[in-house]
Design a protein around this ligand. Structure first.
Ligand SMILES: Nc1ncnc2c1ncn2[C@@H]1O[C@H](COP(=O)(O)OP(=O)(O)OP(=O)(O)O)[C@@H](O)[C@H]1O
Length: 609
């Protein structure tokens, strides 16, 4: 139970004439008459749609529930009140205790998402500590933060699972209820006056849902304003509410005390059967009502005494509680905590690090066995050496793709934390590069490169060895940089896979190893200049064939062909040192461009939902 009886200055959220539309009205009027909307179903999401219509009301300290049938606009209204919606298509005003919301509003409130966006590879305590460390002001020292986290753990009854991982696809973690309570705890360490929750009971069994709502009720009794959307609450939950707002097709049908719900609907001619749950009773009415009657129900409500009382309360400005100013922590503190979390994440993700290491060992041995005997002959030695080079480069660049799925999964977490003002984008990005790149990419890359170099009969010398390692690293980092960019650009794994595979296949075609570049139609030849496979393979080819003497056959001792001649025949420039290093410079440029584009995409990522 709640032991921290901190009192909060009562804070209200007043909203007037909220209208919200999505899509393009012009597009609808122009496109629909000549075309059938069903045929153009893929355009439907961009067609004009009114989601909320003239929604007004006030939420005061206590339990404020937004109810209604599915798709009626509950989450949309919640996001608008929490300042998480794109302002395009939005009109009306939202006030915080009678004043415009400050710019840091969304960073100073608590917002719990429906699908519990928390780090799955951390324990309950580690997640809470991360939130406390990164979001609490500098004036609160480490001991106080730990004390606050312990307090939240006790309050949320999470002691028994405090050191349990949240859980991934591979590792069973906490239960659904414990995960939801951890999500709430992530916000409570901030001790916010206002807490928004999007469907906090969805997916939970009846007793867990009851526990969560009872806990929220006790929080509201501390003076907090708790605002949440909810689906079909049981009566035992419904009676915990102080204010209920019923929405139907985006119209507010009722806003007021839950105690007055039944008398109000009775006055409209809807009689509730004895022992029926009032929430179920109203939801049944709303499910049966069409948009047209939702409009009429809103008009009836606006003329009621209850609506009149709410309007007076909205004018009243009885409460004046505001939010504490939100400040970001020092850059290096932020970087430290994100890097620490990324490190745990990488180590505890067996699907990534361990499987990567095992697969590169197996693949390294396989490559080594296949290309074990690289004869110093023109035929098949030259052919096999080029094959080995191209294969090694392809393995390095393509194996980075295994990081794509975890990166896409992490996207939702990044968006939630970014929107909630946990950290700067640059510190998130830098921490990922500092930790993920070596752990997830560079170590497997080095293992693969060392095994293949040891087992194959590639041209050996100290200089050649180091250059081989460098080129392998560049190919791998390129693969990783492309995955970062793609994961930052799309939320769909399928689309990401298509983007990565098609770009790599195109670059492979223009490597000069599958088809002579001069044979390709001239207007497509420019692609060779952005082909990472061409630069990396050329670099390794020069490394291999320079100063290599080749014989006519294994049995022959006539060894007069120089490796340089082979390079000339393949039109690979190799005369000067720059000819070799220009490939590394080009690779660095392409890698840098992908990292920059990934960073820009993260910056551009929607701050709204
Ligand atoms: N960007 C958008 N483009 C098109 N339609 C949208 C968009 N955002 C919301 N909608 C539509 O607006 C309506 C309200 O959505 P919202 O998510 O707010 O409903 P909800 O009441 O929370 O539903 P549920 O209870 O099922 O979560 C839905 O019909 C939804 O499809």
């Amino acid at each position: 139970m709640i032991t921290n009886q901190q009192e909060f200055l009562p804070t209200t959220i007043t909203f007037s004439n909220i209208n919200y539309t999505v899509g393009n009205e012009k597009l609808q009027s122009k496109i629909l008459p000549p075309w059938n909307a069903n045929v153009l179903s893929f355009w439907k999401s961009t067609l004009h749609k009114q989601i909320l219509t003239d929604v007004s009301g006030i939420f005061t300290p206590g339990m404020n529930a937004i109810l209604g049938p599915t798709g009626c606009g509950k989450s949309t209204l919640l996001d608008i009140l929490a300042d998480r919606k794109d302002r395009r298509g939005l009109s009306g005003t939202v006030l915080l205790s009678g004043q415009p919301r400050p710019s840091y509003f969304k960073y100073a409130i608590g917002y719990v998402t429906q699908d519990d966006t928390i780090s799955e590879t951390l324990t309950v305590r580690e997640n809470l500590l991360f939130s406390a460390n990164i979001r609490l002001p500098r004036s609160i020292n480490m001991y106080e933060r730990i004390e606050r986290v312990d307090q939240v753990i006790r309050d949320l009854d999470l002691l028994s699972c405090a050191n349990t991982l949240i859980g991934t696809d591979f590792v069973r973690g906490v239960s659904g209820g414990e995960k939801k309570r951890t999500s709430i705890g992530m916000e409570l360490v901030l001790s916010p006056n206002i807490l928004f929750l999007d469907e906090p009971t969805t997916g939970l069994d009846a007793s867990t849902a009851q526990n969560i709502m009872t806990y929220l009720y006790s929080l509201s009794k501390q003076g907090r304003t708790i605002i949440f959307s909810i689906h079909q609450p049981r009566y035992s939950i419904f009676k915990l509410f102080d204010t209920v707002l019923f929405l139907s097709s985006g119209y507010n049908i009722y806003l007021g005390s839950p105690l007055e719900v039944l008398p109000y609907f009775a006055s409209l001619g809807f009689t509730c059967e004895e022992h029926n749950n009032p929430a179920d009773f109203v939801l049944d009415i709303l499910i049966e009502s069409s948009t047209h009657s939702a409009n009429e129900l809103q008009a009836a409500y606006l003329q009621s005494n209850i609506a009149e009382r709410i309007r007076n309360e909205m004018q009243d400005n009885r409460y004046n509680g505001l939010l504490k100013h939100h400040t970001l922590p020092k850059y290096r503190t932020e970087l430290y905590y994100i890097a620490e979390r990324t490190f745990c994440n990488a180590l505890r993700h067996p699907g990534l690090v361990i499987s990567q290491v095992i697969s590169v060992i197996i693949y390294g041995l396989f490559t080594g066995l296949i290309f074990k005997q690289l004869e110093r002959t023109i035929d098949p030695g030259v052919y096999n050496r080029f094959g080995a080079i191209f294969f090694i480069v392809s393995c390095q660049a393509l194996s980075a793709m295994s990081a794509l799925e975890p990166l896409i999964k992490e996207r939702a977490l990044f968006i939630h934390e970014h929107v909630s003002g946990y950290y700067r984008v640059s510190s998130f990005f830098l921490a990922k590069l500092m930790i993920d790149l070596p752990l997830v990419h560079l170590i497997p890359c080095l293992i693969y490169a060392l095994i293949t170099y040891t087992l194959t009969d590639l041209h050996r010398s100290t200089d050649r060895f180091w250059f081989f390692i460098l080129t392998n690293l560049m190919a791998k980092i390129f693969g990783a940089s492309m995955c970062y960019f793609v994961a930052a650009s799309t939320a769909s794994f399928g689309v990401a896979l298509v983007m990565v595979v098609s770009s790599n296949v195109t670059m492979m075609l223009f490597s000069g190893f599958l088809i002579a570049l001069g044979s390709i139609v001239p207007f497509l030849r420019w692609i060779q200049w952005i082909s990472v496979f061409r630069y990396a393979s050329n670099a390794l080819a020069i490394n291999e064939f320079r100063n290599l003497t080749l014989c006519f056959s294994s049995e022959s001792d006539i060894c007069i062909t120089k490796g340089e001649e082979i390079l000339t025949r393949r039109q690979i420039p190799h005369e000067t040192t720059w000819d070799l290093w220009q490939n590394i410079v080009a690779l660095s440029g392409i890698i840098l461009a992908f990292f920059l584009m990934a960073y820009m995409q993260l910056l551009r990522m929607k701050k709204f939902q």
